[in-house]
Write a protein that binds this ligand. Structure first.
Ligand SMILES: Cc1cc2nc3c(=O)[nH]c(=O)nc-3n(C[C@H](O)[C@H](O)[C@H](O)COP(=O)(O)O)c2cc1C
Length: 373
C-alpha cells in the first residue's frame, strides 16, 4: 500500500504530509527539507516582516524545486482589539504598565538580562504592536501574491479578501479551523483544503479534541479535502486521521526537533525530554490560548493576580522575557510551544528521516486496519 490521497494531486506532492507553519521553527531550511522528501513544507511566517518574508520565499526556492507553502495569521479579533474599543471595557493598552512591571520583576527574580539583539526561541509572540496591525497583514499578503507562492495557509482567520488574487496566480489556499462553524464560513470562500486542528495541537488551538473535530469538519465541508491536525506524532496518527475522513496530516510538533528546525538547541532537547503530560494551555505568551511546554513563565501567570492581556498586547509583555530566556538558553522559562504528541519525540534527527518514518508507519497502520475488516 502506498500512502496517497487527492491532496497529493492538489499540491503536486508525493505524500499527503504537510509540515505545519510554526513560528520560529518552520524556516526555509525545514520547509525545503520536507518538500524535498516528498511532503509539503510550509513556512511559519506569521511574524516575518514583509521583506524578510520575501527573502524566506526566495531562499526556499533556492533550496527546493518542489512545491511549498507560506503560513501567516489573519486574526480578525486582533484587528478589532488594535482599534479603539469604545465599548466601556478597559483598554488593554492602559493595563500595559502593570503587566510590564510583572514581567520585569519576573526577570529580576530569574536573573535574566535583556539581550542586545533578540535571539533564540520562537517569534510568534512578536512583542511589537505594528506586527499585528492591519497594515502588517496587508503587506505580508502583498508579498505572498507578488511572489506567486504555490500554497498559502491562513493559520488563523479568513483569507477571503485576498482569494481572487491568490486564485489568479494559481496559489492553492487553505485555512486552519478549530470548529465546524468556522469551517463552514471559510469553505464558502472556495478554499482548496481545510485544516481541522484539535485541542492536542501545539500553539493556538481549539477547545475541541482532534478525534472529535476531524470527522465533524469532514462532514460539514463536502468535497473540500480536510487535513487532520493536533497530536499527530507519527504515521499511526496520520492513518487515524485518514480513517476519520481526512485526506492527510498537517503536522507540527513531530517536526519541531528536526535538525533543520529553526528553534534553539536547548528547546529541541526539552522536546526530547518532554512527555505527553508536559504541556499546558496558557495565554501567557501571545494573549490567545496556546498549547505550550509548561515553564516557570506559564506557572507565574497561572498564579498571578492579573490576567494576561489579549493579543497583541501580551506579546509586548512576554516578548522581552522570551528573548532574554532564549539568549540565556533557559528551557525552564522559554521551552516553546508544543503539542501533546511531544512524548513521541525521541531524538533530534533530519526532517527527511522523520517524514520517511511517518510514511512507513502510516502505510503499515492502514494495511493492518484493512486486514482486520
Ligand atoms: C512551535 C509551534 C509554533 C507554531 N506557530 C504557529 C504559527 O506561527 N502559525 C500557525 O498558524 N500555527 C502555528 N502553530 C500551530 C501549527 O501550525 C499546527 O497547527 C500544530 O502544530 C499541529 O499540531 P501538532 O503540533 O500536534 O502537530 C505552531 C505550533 C507549534 C508547535
Amino acid at each position: 500500500m502506498k500512502l496517497h490521497s487527492p491532496l497529493c494531486d492538489l499540491f503536486g506532492i508525493e505524500y499527503p504530509i504537510v509540515l505545519a507553519g510554526m513560528g520560529g521553527a518552520s524556516t526555509p531550511e525545514l520547509a525545503a527539507a520536507v518538500s524535498n522528501a516528498g511532503g509539503l513544507g510550509v513556512l511559519g511566517a506569521a511574524a516575518c516582516q514583509p521583506e524578510q518574508l520575501r527573502e524566506w520565499i526566495q531562499r526556499t526556492r533556492a533550496l527546493t524545486d518542489k512545491p511549498f507553502g507560506v503560513d501567516t495569521l489573519l486574526p480578525a479579533s486582533v484587528r478589532r482589539t488594535a482599534q479603539t474599543q469604545g465599548d466601556g471595557r478597559a483598554d488593554p493598552a492602559d493595563q500595559l504598565a502593570d503587566h510590564l512591571k510583572f514581567a520585569r520583576e519576573f526577570m529580576d527574580q530569574e536573573d535574566l538580562q535583556m539581550p542586545i539583539n533578540r535571539g533564540g526561541g520562537q517569534s510568534t509572540s512578536g512583542g511589537n504592536l505594528q506586527v499585528f496591525s492591519k497594515e502588517f497583514f496587508d503587506a505580508q499578503m502583498q508579498v505572498i501574491i507578488e511572489e506567486r507562492v504555490p500554497v498559502y495557509a491562513a493559520g488563523l482567520g479568513n483569507p477571503g479578501p485576498w482569494m481572487a488574487e491568490l486564485r489568479y496566480n494559481g496559489t492553492r489556499v487553505m485555512a486552519v479551523v478549530g470548529a465546524v462553524r468556522h469551517a463552514i464560513q471559510v469553505a464558502a470562500i472556495g478554499l482548496d483544503a481545510i485544516v481541522a486542528q484539535g485541542h492536542d495541537a501545539g500553539g493556538h488551538n481549539s477547545p475541541v479534541g482532534a478525534m472529535a473535530l476531524i470527522p465533524q469538519v469532514v462532514d460539514a465541508v463536502g468535497n473540500i479535502p480536510v487535513l487532520g491536525a493536533g497530536g499527530i506524532g507519527d504515521g499511526r496518527g496520520v492513518a487515524a486521521a485518514m480513517m476519520l475522513g481526512a485526506a492527510g496530516g498537517w503536522i507540527g510538533t513531530a517536526f519541531l526537533a528536526a535538525e533543520e528546525s529553526g528553534i534553539a538547541q536547548h528547546q529541541k532537547q526539552a522536546l526530547v525530554e518532554g512527555t505527553e503530560e508536559g504541556t499546558v494551555i496558557s495565554r501567557s505568551v501571545t494573549g490567545k490560548p496556546a498549547r505550550i511546554i509548561r515553564s516557570k513563565w506559564t506557572d507565574a501567570w497561572e498564579h498571578a493576580d492579573i490576567q494576561p492581556l489579549p493579543m497583541p498586547y501580551q506579546g509586548m509583555v512576554s516578548g522581552p522575557v522570551m528573548a532574554a530566556a532564549g539568549a540565556a538558553h533557559r528551557a525552564d522559562i522559554n521551552p516553546g510551544f508544543a503539542g501533546q504528541g511531544m512524548g513521541l519525540i525521541k531524538s533530534i534527527r533530519p526532517a527527511a528521516d522523520i517524514l520517511r518514518e511517518i510514511v512507513e508507519t502510516a502505510e503499515a497502520s492502514l494495511s493492518r486496519a484493512t486486514y482486520f475488516v
